[in-house]
Design a protein around this ligand. Structure first.
Ligand code: FE2
Length: 286
C-alpha cells in the first residue's frame, strides 16, 4: 500500500506479512511489529536515538564470541530470560518451579564423582559446604539413576575456566542419584560474582546505577529419560544479596536452606522432576 500518514505504517507492514506460511511465526512477527511500533510511538523515538539503538544491536553481536554471549547477557539484565524461564516451567508458570537459567558456565563431561566425594579438585580456601539433595517425581516418588551435573564459582567468585589458580573442572562434578533419589557431595561455599561489564550491557548497568552482581549460587542440571531436564540454581547467599540479582534469577523456591554446624555449612534441597522430554541444552562454552 502507498502510505499517506505515519499511522498507516503498522497496517502496511502487517498486511505485507499476512501470507506467512508458518502460523506461529505469523503470530510472533505480527505481535512483535505491533509492539515495536507502539513502543516507538510511546517514547517518540528520535532519529539519533534510533541510530544509537541500531548501534547497540550491532555491538551485542560483535561482542559475542565463543566464550561470551553479550546477547544473552542483555536479555538477562532486562529480566527477559527469567520471564521466559518462569512462563515455560512449573505449574501455571509461577515461581514455584525449580527451573532457573542455565547461565554461561555449564560444561559437558564434568568428572564423574561418587556420592559423598568432594568437588574440590585443587586447593580452594573457603568455608566447607556439605550439600545433600534428593530428586523426586511429581508424586513424591524418588527418582533413582538421574544424572546430576553440579557446577559453582569458587569462594572468590570465579569459575575454574576463568581462573588459572584452579584445576581444570574444579568445583564441577557429575553425580547419579541412588535408589532413594539422593545425591550428596562436599564443596566450599561459593561467592557471588559480577557479570561481564566490558560491553554495552556494562555501560547500560552503569547508566542505571545497578551493581552488576549475582548472589552466590550452585548450578544443577538433572537429566533422566522420561523427565523434562531440570536446569536449576540454588542460592546460598544472605538476604541482602538475594534482593539485587542483576539477572533476576532469585525466586523464592530457589533460596537454599543453609545450616551452620560444627563441621561448617550444610545445604539440603529437594528437586522435583516433571514428566517430559530429556533434552540436554547446548553448552554455552566448551
Ligand atoms: Fe553461575
Amino acid at each position: 500500500m502507498i502510505i499517506e500518514r505515519q499511522e498507516q505504517v503498522t497496517d502496511a507492514v502487517l498486511a505485507a506479512m499476512s501470507d506467512t506460511g508458518n502460523p506461529r511465526l505469523a503470530v510472533i512477527m505480527n505481535s512483535l511489529v505491533r509492539h515495536l511500533h507502539d513502543f516507538v510511538r510511546e517514547v517518540q523515538l528520535t532519529e539519533p536515538e534510533f541510530e544509537q539503538a541500531i548501534g547497540a544491536v550491532v555491538a551485542l553481536g560483535q561482542l559475542t564470541t565463543a566464550t561470551h554471549n553479550e546477547v544473552v547477557l542483555a536479555a538477562d539484565v532486562i529480566g527477559l530470560s527469567t520471564l521466559v524461564c518462569l512462563m515455560n516451567n512449573g505449574p501455571a508458570g509461577n515461581t514455584e518451579t525449580a527451573a532457573a537459567l542455565l547461565g554461561p558456565f555449564w560444561r559437558m563431561n564434568s568428572p564423574v564423582t561418587r556420592n559423598g566425594d568432594s568437588i574440590v579438585r585443587s586447593p580452594t580456601p573457603g568455608e566447607n559446604l556439605a550439600v545433600r539433595c534428593a530428586v523426586r517425581d511429581v508424586n513424591g516418588a524418588p527418582v533413582a539413576g538421574a544424572v546430576v551435573d553440579v557446577w559453582q564459582a569458587s569462594p572468590v567468585g570465579m569459575y575454574e575456566n576463568q581462573d588459572p589458580d584452579q584445576a581444570d573442572m574444579n568445583l564441577r562434578g557429575q553425580f547419579t542419584t541412588d535408589a532413594e533419589g539422593r545425591f550428596w557431595f562436599s564443596s566450599v561455599k561459593p561467592a557471588g560474582y559480577p557479570v561481564p561489564t566490558h560491553g554495552i550491557v556494562g555501560t547500560l548497568l552503569a547508566a542505571q546505577k545497578r551493581a552488576p552482581l549475582r548472589p552466590a549460587h550452585i548450578h544443577f542440571l538433572i537429566y533422566k529419560p522420561g523427565f523434562k531436564t531440570l536446569v536449576s540454581q540454588i542460592f546460598v547467599d544472605d538476604e541482602q544479596q538475594l534482593q539485587s540479582d542483576v539477572v533476576f534469577g532469585v525466586t523464592r523456591s530457589l533460596v537454599g536452606k543453609l545450616d551452620r554446624g560444627a563441621d561448617g555449612l550444610s545445604l539440603a534441597h529437594d528437586f522435583v522432576l516433571a514428566p517430559g522430554e530429556a533434552i540436554l541444552p547446548t553448552p554455552p562454552i566448551s
